[in-house]
Design a protein around this ligand. Structure first.
Ligand code: T1G
Length: 693
């Protein structure tokens, strides 16, 4: 019988089957919780029923609490109380798990008295990825079953644990082939005939291990001091040595504290943003075929793109201009694939098929039958135009021609072909087989089916695809080109490169801008500054004087052992000769250096990033604020727990942002201008979250 839309209860002599069916992932929504509560109470109260078996329909057992409910008023019944009620049932309750039993889903299962898994099962407690902790008993019951060290590792990593490992750990009791309902029926029978032992987790006592907890906490202080929930996880797990009701109280308090943090809001914004960003009209059209990929250029980008396509089961023809360059590209691809095997991203038995899917050539003629060609050669418009003109003659009429350019005008490239509707930009980020961001740059004449193909390819490559319009630098590089100047201005005005880096690393960036520059190679920006020199506005305060001198000295960063920093083995120290260049430049510019606090550095840097992001929105280069957030998260190392620059902007407030920009503008009213959209939002009392809806 249906308890409600998502829960049904079946009584078969002395067995009760409870089925959860809340697509797409059986999230523990309010409906699922209330239906499950009602079904358990009814079955437990029925004297005919001697065993209850719980299972999920669809592709997975419960994959967690319903994240869409977070940040809203809580709805009864609450999951922790429901799990306690399941555990307290007089009638033995077992659960059958398949797919991904995660978070609250695993916690429901831990409240049952035995757990039976299908072979494809993965379990996990990924709440930490949302700035939370397992809040329905996971921090109390998991240590009881598998010990504090293993429980803490699962909770702090949030990783998915395969069924075999879960069995070995003691999280599940057996692995059985079959359909969830059939396995549930059989397991219920096994309980009745004594072949499947049931036990309540609350009857188990956790073995104390405070030394391990202290060691883990010390490591977290050193590596994740800026995050909130990891430390609360340790606190809650430590309480698992107390009686269960006391431990659950500690867990609940810790969970509610995590729920209140901006970090939880930022991480949930990132979770949904990663899924919403490719939900654009263009992606809904039917894509064209793209199984046969041509990649032109075997440099870092081309070989990375080829690797990504090969790892996704596509066939690739790599084209270069010389045998030496081709061999270099093929060698890079082989190295990338070796790495993928080492990282477990490619099984050894699949390697042969992947290698067989790769062919190479020295002539573009080899691309005559390609469905989609991705050009990844030197960033020079003349070279690209020549290649696209040739491709236009060689490739079949409905082949798609894409450029991986990171800033050049896709419309100009399309214009040299007879098929501008089949031309778009696919801007990968280096290394292309690792970085998840892909900017799908749609030209004025790009056909919807071609744009849809860009999104379909991104999905196949497990990339986060973001739609971009055409401008210099598209979304990410345009914003980067703007806010990177702020770092240079801060150094000219008194901060040191290392101080700017440290302030931003404390804010959450993996690396500050000077370290990033040293890593990428300072010559890349040097080339960009020279490219833009002739179009630079005379009013613009030149930000490159110091960096130019560094490059003129041949100090290009890590690859030359010297840049903003000195690189000797593992040691990285600020380059003292750069400090001399900075002092000399300040004297030349008549600047008396002033002290900056870390907060001033972060506020200024973030204001620059936000203001250019708003202009990218105004110019309709990005469709929504969340699109820009995902670009910065997945392509530029923006701290995920802050959700992205425009989600973060909402935590500052529009008025405050306008005030800050106007204050900065008193010193430089060319670089610092309040975008019109920001003033409009202030007038209409709108947030960026409003613009995402
Ligand atoms: N709540 C609500 N919606 C969810 C959801 C969830 N937990 N998980 C997924 N979805 C939506 C998702 O937004 C997408 O929607 C669709 O389902 C398919 O997801 C008390 C507090 C399960 C591994 O963190 O890791 O329990 O875009 O595209 O690639 O301790 O979804 O189609 O509209 O990702 O096959 C803990 C989060 C929650 C798991 C499937 N659980 N989800 O991956 O599909 S907190 C999680 C995932 C918690 C308790 C605490 C993945 C997946 P749409 P998808 P997928």
């Amino acid at each position: 019988m249906n308890i409600n839309d998502v829960v049904s209860l079946e009584k078969l002599s002395s067995t009760a089957l409870i089925c959860l069916n809340n697509p797409p992932v059986n999230a523990a929504s309010q409906a699922l919780r209330s239906g499950l509560k009602q079904a358990v109470e009814e079955a437990d109260a029925d004297p005919e029923i001697k065993v209850i078996a719980l299972y999920g329909e669809g592709r997975t057992f419960v994959a967690g609490a319903d994240i869409k409910e977070f940040g809203k008023p809580p709805l009864e019944p609450m999951l922790p109380e429901l799990v306690n009620e399941i555990e307290a049932s007089d009638t033995p309750i077992i659960s059958v798990l398949h797919g991904t039993a995660l978070g609250g889903g695993l916690e429901i299962a831990l409240g049952t008295h035995a757990r039976v898994a299908l072979p494809d099962l993965k379990v996990g407690l990924p709440e930490i990825n949302l700035g939370l902790l397992p809040g329905a008993g996971g921090t109390q019951r998991t240590p009881r079953l598998i010990g504090i060290p293993a429980a803490l590792e699962m909770i702090l990593s949030g990783r998915h644990v395969p069924a075999e490992e879960a069995l070995a750990l003691g999280l599940i009791d057996r692995i059985v082939e079959g359909k969830p309902r059939d396995v549930a029926l059989k397991a219920a029978q096994d309980v009745l005939n004594g072949e499947l032992t049931t036990r309540r987790t609350d009857q188990i006592t956790t073995k104390a291990d405070h030394a391990h907890l202290d060691e883990v906490e010390a490591k977290l202080q050193a590596t994740k001091a800026h995050l909130f929930s990891p430390h609360k996880c340790v606190e809650a797990v430590r309480a698992s040595t107390l009686p269960l009701d006391e431990g659950l109280r500690v867990e609940r308090q810790a969970f509610l504290e995590c729920m209140q943090t901006p970090q939880r809001a930022g991480l949930i914004h990132a979770f949904f943003g990663e899924r919403a960003v490719s939900n654009v009209p263009e992606a809904k059209h039917t894509p064209k075929p793209y199984d046969r990929i041509g990649v032109i250029g075997g440099g870092t980008m081309g070989s990375g793109i080829a690797t990504a396509c090969l790892l996704s089961g596509l066939s690739v023809t790599l084209v270069e201009t010389s045998q030496e360059a081709l061999d270099r590209g093929l060698g890079t691809i082989a190295k990338n694939l070796d790495g993928a095997e080492k990282r477990g991203k490619l099984s050894t038995d699949k390697r042969a098929a992947v290698d067989a899917a790769l062919s190479s050539a020295l002539s573009l003629d080899a691309l005559a039958e390609a469905d989609l060609v991705i050009e990844a050669v030197f960033e020079d418009m003349a070279v690209k135009k020549e290649i696209f003109q040739s491709l236009d003659k060689i490739c079949k009429s409905d082949a798609i021609l894409a450029s991986n350019t990171s800033y050049l005008d896709i419309n100009d490239i399309a214009a040299v072909t007879s098929r501008p509707e089949n031309v778009l930009g696919l801007h990968f980020f280096s290394p292309a087989h690792v970085m998840r961001l892909l900017e799908v740059v749609i030209g004025d004449k790009t056909a919807d089916s071609v744009s849809a193909t860009g999104f379909a390819l991104a999905k196949r490559l497990k990339k986060v695809a973001v739609k971009s319009g055409v401008c210099d630098g598209f979304i990410g590089n345009r914003i980067l080109a703007h806010y990177r100047k702020t770092a240079a201005y801060l150094v000219l005005d008194g901060a040191s490169p290392a101080q700017v880096d440290q302030a931003l690393e404390k804010f959450g960036f993996a690396m500050g801008p000077h370290k990033v520059g040293d890593l990428a190679g300072l010559d890349i920006d040097w080339m960009t500054r020279r490219r833009k020199a002739e179009t630079r506005a005379p009013e613009e305060r030149y930000s490159g004087a110091i960096a130019d001198q560094i490059c003129e000295n041949g100090w290009l960063g890590r690859k030359t052992g010297k840049g903003y920093y000195l690189y000797e083995g593992k040691s990285i120290t600020p380059n003292p000769e750069v400090a001399e260049i900075i002092d000399a430049q300040r004297q030349k510019d008549g600047i008396s250096p002033r002290h900056f606090t870390d907060k001033e550095i972060v506020d200024c840097y973030m204001c620059a990033m936000i203001s250019e992001a708003v202009r990218v929105l105004e110019d309709k280069i990005a469709a929504r604020p969340l699109d820009i957030d995902m670009v910065l998260l997945f392509g530029y190392g923006f701290p995920r727990h802050r959700g992205g620059p425009l989600h973060y902007a909402d935590t500052i407030g529009i008025e405050t942002l306008i005030d800050r920009i106007e204050t900065y503008a008193t010193e430089d009213n060319f670089y610092w201008q309040v975008p019109d959209l920001l003033r409009t939002m202030a007038k209409e009392n709108k947030t960026f979250a409003d613009l995402n809806r």
